[in-house]
Design a protein around this ligand. Structure first.
Ligand SMILES: Nc1ncnc2c1ncn2[C@@H]1O[C@H](COP(=O)(O)OP(=O)(O)O)[C@@H](O)[C@H]1O
Ligand SMILES: [Mg+2]
Length: 294
């Protein structure tokens, strides 16, 4: 019998997390192939042929999506639709496309968290400048985030005195996602919990660099070991389930009122948790994918 063949969707061939997932599969005796979705093609005749470079995607046993990559709205829609079509054809994948989309869209994530009764910061999403102004007055300090933001990019800290920024954002985007600013206890930090299936791999603090309140590692945040509590475990597993991801990075903030979930990352990096704790989430993701096929 041929060994199973897993596709790992990733754009950067040197990506640490994709490498860890690949090694995880190899340890389990499975073969892997990297799929760079910038080399995607679809032929739709009597049948639908979906290929990446010269690989017929329907012949794979399963997909792990590490990162879809994109250069604009057209190709991201194409890449995403290919995933949906493959899923309809019976190819299972983690994470499933609907969950990737829900996790990528901050409004959809907030709705999913709220529906599941998971504590999250108060949030207003609106097309109206008056409503945005009222929300800012209520929150006193607020963060605006791009709907499809990632890696701590394009976040703005707003106060009622600097609402010009808010007007600018609203005009540019046609809407604004505004969230109450949660003050950190000391140095600004958040907690990143890595979830695989119904298990928590581990957690790290991400401490913001001096002078900043944004703690993403790609913005200069430092990963430090974080002892897992029952509250972290419970919230992260519930948030992962609410969004529908199989593996995810759940961002938590500490408040005087307990932990709140900021977001669920559907394509998280496993590097920080490996650096800070020596925990290999790649191996866990590979064995999760294997288990699901059995
Ligand atoms: N409501 C908030 N209050 C305080 N800090 C926040 C808030 N939202 C985000 N941050 C900070 O900004 C970082 C990035 O925010 P997040 O919502 O996770 O977006 P991204 O998808 O860009 O990572 C968080 O990790 C945290 O450090
Ligand atoms: Mg985040």
């Amino acid at each position: 019998m041929n060994p199973m063949r897993f596709g790992i969707v990733v754009t950067d061939p040197h990506d640490w997390t994709a490498g860890a997932i690949k090694t995880g599969f190899e340890k389990l005796g499975a073969k892997t192939v990297y799929l760079n979705f910038s080399q995607l093609g679809a032929g739709v005749d009597h049948d639908i042929l979906l290929r990446c470079k010269n690989i017929d995607l329907a012949r794979l046993d399963r997909l792990v999506v590490r990162d879809l990559g994109r250069s604009g709205s057209h190709d991201v829609a194409f890449r995403f639709e290919v995933l949906c079509t493959l899923q309809q054809q019976g190819l299972e994948m983690i994470n499933p496309p609907a969950a990737i989309l829900r996790a990528a869209n901050k409004f959809a994530t907030t709705i999913a968290l709220c529906n599941a009764g998971i504590p999250h910061p108060r949030t207003t999403v609106t097309t109206s400048l008056d409503e945005a102004r009222d929300a800012l007055k209520k929150y006193r300090k607020a963060v605006s985030k791009p709907l499809f933001g990632y890696k701590g990019r394009d976040l703005h800290l707003l106060t009622p005195d600097n609402h010009q920024d808010m007007e600018y954002i609203l005009n540019k985007q046609g809407m604004i996602y505004l969230q109450e600013f949660l003050e950190s206890p000391a140095t600004p930090r958040d907690i990143r919990v890595f979830v695989v299936g119904n298990e928590v791999a581990g957690a790290i603090y991400r401490v913001a660099p001096p002078g900043s309140w944004i703690s993403n590692l790609s913005q200069g945040g430092a990963p430090l070991p974080c002892p897992l509590t029952e509250e972290m475990r419970d919230l992260a597993i519930r948030a992962n389930r609410a969004v529908g991801t199989v593996y995810s990075g759940v961002d938590l903030m500490e408040t005087s009122d307990g932990l709140k979930v900021l977001e669920v990352n559907g394509t998280p990096s496993g590097r920080g948790i490996f650096q800070a704790m020596g925990i290999d989430a790649g191996e866990m993701i590979a064995s999760q994918a294997m288990d699901r096929i059995r």
